[in-house]
Write a protein that binds this ligand. Structure first.
Ligand code: 2BA
Length: 109
């Protein structure tokens, strides 16, 4: 068994959980926050048999879009804050960052 942990953008979450449910995959949704942008994202935990991992990865890839996001850089240390005009920079976020972890055991009581 494997535990798939997929960090996705909030905008993609409902579409993805619906697509997973359509194929009878169970998921748990955690509200998380990225360390870089400090904005909300969603982490899904999906427990599956080894042979189902590739199918779940396909579903995740199909339902998560890459998006450009503008980020205002932090003002330089020691610089003159009055004359500093932060120029937003573009970063590409997502579609999904996925970890596949081995599961030692699973109990459902
Ligand atoms: P954030 O950490 O908020 O990162 C959002 C996006 O900002 C990243 O998109 C990436 O394009 C950019 N970014 C992140 N760190 C950067 C840096 N040091 N310099 C320049 N740009 C940077 P994604 O790579 O698609 O990541 C989306 C979210 O997935 C991340 O949100 C974080 O919550 C999670 N994530 C990504 N890689 C991870 C990892 N190795 N471990 C744990 N969480 C991860």
């Amino acid at each position: 068994m494997k535990l798939i942990m997929a960090i996705v953008q909030d905008k993609d979450t409902n579409r993805l959980t619906d697509a997973l449910a359509e194929h009878d995959y169970k998921s748990t949704k955690l509200a998380t926050r990225g360390g870089f942008l400090k904005e909300g994202n969603t982490t899904l935990m999906i427990g599956v048999d080894d042979g189902q991992v590739d199918h779940v990865l396909e579903i995740i890839e199909e339902n998560c879009s890459k998006r450009d996001q503008m980020v205002a850089p932090i003002s330089p240390m020691g610089g003159n804050a009055d004359s500093y005009i932060p120029k937003p920079v573009k970063v590409k976020v997502g579609g999904a960052n996925v970890f596949v972890l081995p599961v030692e055991s699973f109990f459902h009581f």
